[in-house]
Design a protein. Structure first.
Length: 216
């Protein structure tokens, strides 16, 4: 702390100057440690790809429920059936996922899954644009998406420690979980605005684009 004299009398003043530099340095250190694993180039791109892909997935969750509700004349039962289709496929896929992840290189497998997401979203958009979509299409898409999602998560969990090492593994895992929570919170809201402004086909085109970004 800096000590000043009052009126030149040589008497120390009780007033101190805040140590702004120390505070800013402390904040910088905390932020640096929080995002430390993002300095790893490979993990940074994996993290960005996950953000893009998960944003598209969360938008699809929202758009699918509203779309099935619309095309089935407000049939709550069918809306639930289509939504539930994701779960069993993910359960079955999680059983075979470890075997598949052992046979393919991690980055290639992630890109293949994201490519499947692109094809899936583009197909739904094409069916919407041609007025050919029925609720059974959405059920099939939900099942396929569940299977693809079940392959995505295990391979990411395996790749992260290999990229950042043991020292940064917990930090990288935390950032990965934080990104997933952020997309789960923000992407459905963005999807709702897009659904309102561009219609369901617009949402699915954006979803396909996000997965292309994830692949790149």
């Amino acid at each position: 702390p800096l000590i000043s004299t009052a009126g030149g009398t040589g008497i120390p003043s009780s007033r101190t100057v805040p140590e702004d530099n120390d505070l800013s340095n402390g904040i910088s250190k905390v932020l640096g440690r929080t995002f430390e694993s993002l300095r790893n180039r490979h993990f940074f791109f994996l993290w960005l790809g996950m953000m893009a892909g998960m944003s598209g997935t969360q938008m699809q969750f929202f758009a699918r429920g509203v779309l099935v509700f619309d095309i089935t004349d407000e049939n709550f039962l069918l809306t639930g059936v289509v939504g539930v289709g994701f779960g069993p496929a993910m359960l079955v896929g999680s059983v075979v996922a470890p075997v598949i992840t052992m046979r393919f290189e991690g980055r290639l497998l992630i890109q293949m899954v994201q490519g499947g997401q692109v094809i899936l979203a583009a197909a739904i958009a094409a069916l919407l644009l041609t007025n050919s979509l029925i609720w059974q299409h959405m059920l099939i898409a939900s099942i396929i998406q569940g299977g693809l999602f079940s392959l995505m998560m295990p391979v990411r969990q395996v790749m992260i420690p290999r990229m950042v090492g043991r020292d940064l593994m917990s930090n990288a895992m935390s950032l990965n979980a934080a990104a997933m929570s952020l997309t789960a919170m923000a992407a459905p809201a963005v999807g709702g605005v897009l659904y309102w402004k561009l219609g369901p086909e617009g949402v699915y085109i954006v979803v396909a684009g996000l997965n292309v970004v994830a692949i790149l």
